[in-house]
Design a protein around this ligand. Structure first.
Ligand code: GTP
Ligand code: ZN
Length: 361
């Protein structure tokens, strides 16, 4: 990312040019990446619209003079850009995504569920207190990498901590590739410090545990310009009126903040490649083990145990890598594998019950 440090150079900040007015789609985060996918006829015949919420009754889409619900059927989620087909809304085309967060729905059939599309920066929020936990941060970072999103660690409540610098150091030690920002989430700081990631045509989101300051940060960024959060009413399946909220909040300057229940409840799933990226040092070691199926326990020629012994690898970090891998393997197990296990377990239980009743007789 190219950062503009000119304001810090001698001579002071350059005169700020008045910002040109944004078009409706620019205010929703439209930019070159999406413009490059369409031609002039598309623009007039099938205008771009962004999915601002997913309701049971369909996709809420907003664009230049457009604010509609497209009935269910399109495989799209909050943050997606569509080319809106007025005659046949369900035939609207989904533009190529810059990023996608998805997970396996924990239902019976393990379908993939789309959580959010086209987020550029995921702010992983934690506080300078007992909420701070490297393992949890790594989980979020792996997920961001897996979804092709740039993660940034955001440490809040610096004003309450005795030594906020130590938290920032611990956060920086997690990965060289992840920026760390420490701040007081209340007041003006977020609007200034997060500018680097909140430029025109960008979409950002906050994740983190309850109470770390996500709502405070959201208000700091979106403030009263929060026009897209006004409640809208829609008819649910039973014909009742329900009040729902838009989940895309325009921030000044053409950046958009995405805030959905799906993002708030994010869990680690299907993040194998993200884990590999975050722990690329350990992955590199495993490639140097003598045996390809090395478990890095007691095998001879194991590069991982060698690194542990030499002190080059932190045992706690290895432990976290193992845990994330195990969790990911569990989450990614196919339904058939799970059914097979269930069946085997059921058979075993029935066998024990039978044997007992035989013994009792
Ligand atoms: N002193 C101080 N208080 C903060 C800071 N950030 C958040 N708080 C306070 O912490 C409390 C929780 O903040 P929220 O913004 O509601 O946290 P949240 O992450 O949105 O929590 P959930 O909505 O439960 O997910 C509020 O009382 C905030 O005012 C900070 O940097 N400094
Ligand atoms: Zn090994």
């Amino acid at each position: 990312m190219v950062r503009d440090y000119s304001a810090f150079l001698p001579g002071g900040a350059p005169e700020r040019q008045p910002e040109p007015a944004l078009s409706a789609i620019e205010a929703l985060g439209w930019g070159a990446f999406f413009a490059g996918q369409i031609d002039a006829t598309d623009l007039t015949e099938t205008p771009p619209v962004r999915v601002t919420a997913v309701h049971r009754s369909g996709l809420q889409v907003v664009g230049e003079g457009i604010d509609e619900i497209i009935p269910p059927g399109i495989d799209a989620t909050v943050g997606d850009w569509l080319l809106f087909d007025r005659e046949r809304p369900k035939a609207s085309r989904v533009l190529e995504r810059r990023s996608l967060i998805k997970r396996r729905a924990p239902g019976s059939d393990w379908q993939v569920q789309l959580i959010a599309a086209n987020i550029d920066t995921l702010f992983v929020v934690t506080s300078c207190n007992q909420d701070f936990n490297p393992a949890r941060l790594e989980r979020y970072l792996a997920m961001a990498f897996d979804a092709d999103i740039e993660p940034v660690i955001l440490l809040t409540k610096t004003d309450l901590a005795e030594d906020p610098g130590s938290y920032a150091d611990a956060a920086r030690a997690i990965s060289e590739r992840v920026a760390v920002v420490a701040l007081d989430a209340r007041g003006d700081e977020p609007g200034q410090v997060l500018l680097d990631w909140c430029g025109k045509g960008r979409t950002v989101a906050f994740v983190g545990s309850s109470g770390v300051g996500k709502s405070t940060l959201t208000n700091a960024l979106a403030g009263r310009k929060d026009i897209a959060t006004r409640a809208i009413r829609e008819d649910d399946a039973k014909g009742r009126h329900t009040t729902t909220h838009r989940e895309l909040h325009p921030i000044a300057g053409g950046c958009v903040l995405l805030d959905t229940p799906g993002i708030r409840e994010l869990q680690l799933a299907d993040a194998a490649s993200g884990i590999a990226e975050l722990f690329d040092d350990i992955e590199a070691l495993t490639g140097a083990c003598r045996f390809r199926d090395c478990h890095h326990e007691t095998e001879p020629g194991c590069a991982v145990t060698a690194a542990l012994e030499s002190g080059a690898l932190d045992p706690a970090r290895l432990e976290r890598w193992r845990k994330l891998q195990a969790e990911d393997a569990f989450n990614s197990a196919s339904l058939s594998q799970r059914r097979e296990k269930d069946r085997a377990f059921g058979k075993m239980v029935r066998g024990v019950v039978k044997a007992r009743s035989r013994n009792r007789r």
